[in-house]
Design a binder for this molecule. Structure first.
Ligand code: DP6
Length: 382
């Protein structure tokens, strides 16, 4: 085929993905195995927080098994034949993150995504995966969203598959829910859907000038992973169902604000949605509280600066760090103010970033992905 001539799809490929920050949060699954969320969510993909991943299928197992029939995410249904039982080779996969060999849970999650790709491509070979982050892993900002988006792109490419962006979004979702949104740049909506095929992200058209100022409060490992914390919230928090109900309205409100370019309106609902999510998890039993004393100081500083007329609204994820939604033109001034008010914190400006990019084995030639890259597509092709 065409990709063979171009040198793409010969067992090794790499991909680059940016992390995203949710403006309307994903918190809780309707289906644990397929990672179908209870609610749709909205995010901004950021520059400067990225993961680059190389996947290489090793050994002579390539093509040894017949292609899978259908039903696996990330790839078109284009062959018939017996379905392949995945995972014969997963035990032998290897993974390094920032040069450090990984095992256990992290490797298992990576192997699960590789199994989906192997089954679809008819590959029965283990893979070497190596991943590097622009922000050190464990620094409190390295994110599973960029990691699993890059893994999906590199693995599918290395297996010789030619998935569309939508299919890559579904595949990335199987590794980590929020990763399905990092397949696209800029503002992105993840449609919750009701099954594997209907749960994917897509870009949101807009002309807003947005930025996120990250206030780094702690780089310690989170004490409870978001995966475990959301299970506990659903199972035990009396506030969870009302957050779910409200979240649908919040998303509509955010999309309406985006369509009219109204930052005040967007910021207000973004902040409220995140605080509601934290209220629900704090009310779970036992409570999940990610906040530190410096978190409260940061939230107070943001409120104070907003009172002085700067556009600034806080959001938080499964950790103590505060991320501040603002306009691109006010971002540097806001960051300077926050630095002087919060001398113990590192404060960084992040602009909207591009969607997933996939490269051939030389790392030079970029593969064309079917589907829009998102609102930053024009930037990418330069
Ligand atoms: C608070 O995507 O990390 O960042 O699907 O279990 O891997 P899993 O969870 P993950 O959860 C992200 C939660 C959040 C909000 C968000 O990104 O929408």
């Amino acid at each position: 085929g065409k990709h063979e001539e171009s040198g793409l799809g010969r067992g090794r490929a790499s991909a680059l993905a940016n992390a995203n920050i949710a403006l309307i949060k994903y918190w809780g699954k309707a289906d644990e195995a397929l990672i179908i969320p209870r609610t749709s969510s909205l995010s901004l993909t950021l520059d400067g927080l990225s993961t680059e991943t190389t996947v290489e299928f090793v050994g002579n197992g390539r093509g040894a098994m017949p292609p899978a029939q259908r039903d696996l995410p990330g790839v078109p249904d284009r062959t018939s034949g017996p379905r392949v039982a995945a995972s014969a080779s997963s035990g032998r996969d290897s993974l390094t993150i920032d040069g450090v060999q990984q095992s256990g849970k992290v490797l298992d999650r990576v192997s699960k995504v590789l199994d989906l790709v192997r089954a679809q491509a008819g590959i029965n070979a283990p893979a070497h995966v190596s991943s590097t982050n622009t922000v050190p892993y464990g620094a409190g900002l390295a994110s599973s969203s960029s990691a699993f988006a890059a893994l999906a792109g590199a693995a599918a490419q290395a297996a010789g598959l030619r998935p569309s962006r939508r299919e890559l979004s579904r595949l990335a979702r199987r590794g980590s829910g929020s990763a399905c949104r990092s397949v696209y740049g800029g503002l992105v909506k993840w449609n919750a859907g009701h099954d594997d095929a209907s749960s994917y992200a897509e870009p949101v058209d807009n002309s807003m000038d947005l930025a996120i100022v990250v206030i780094l409060i702690s780089n310690r490992e989170k004490h409870v992973s978001s995966r475990d914390a959301m299970v506990r919230t659903i199972a035990t928090s009396p506030l969870y169902e009302s957050w779910v109900q409200q979240s649908g309205k919040d998303l509509d409100e955010a999309l309406a604000a985006i369509s009219t370019g109204d930052l005040e309106r967007l910021g207000a609902v973004v902040e409220a949605n995140a605080m509601g999510m934290h209220a629900a998890m704090i009310a779970s039993r036992p409570p999940t509280l990610y906040w530190l004393p410096e978190t409260i100081r940061a939230l107070g500083a943001v409120e104070e600066l907003r009172g002085q007329g700067l556009p600034a609204w806080s959001t938080m994820d499964a950790g103590p760090n505060v991320k501040v939604l603002t306009s691109g033109r006010d971002a540097e001034r806001l960051a300077d103010e926050l630095r002087s008010m919060l001398p113990a914190c590192r404060v960084q400006v992040h602009r909207p970033g591009a969607g997933l990019r996939v490269f051939d084995e030389s790392g030079v030639r970029e593969a064309e992905l079917v589907g829009q890259a998102g609102s930053l597509a024009p930037l990418l092709s330069r």
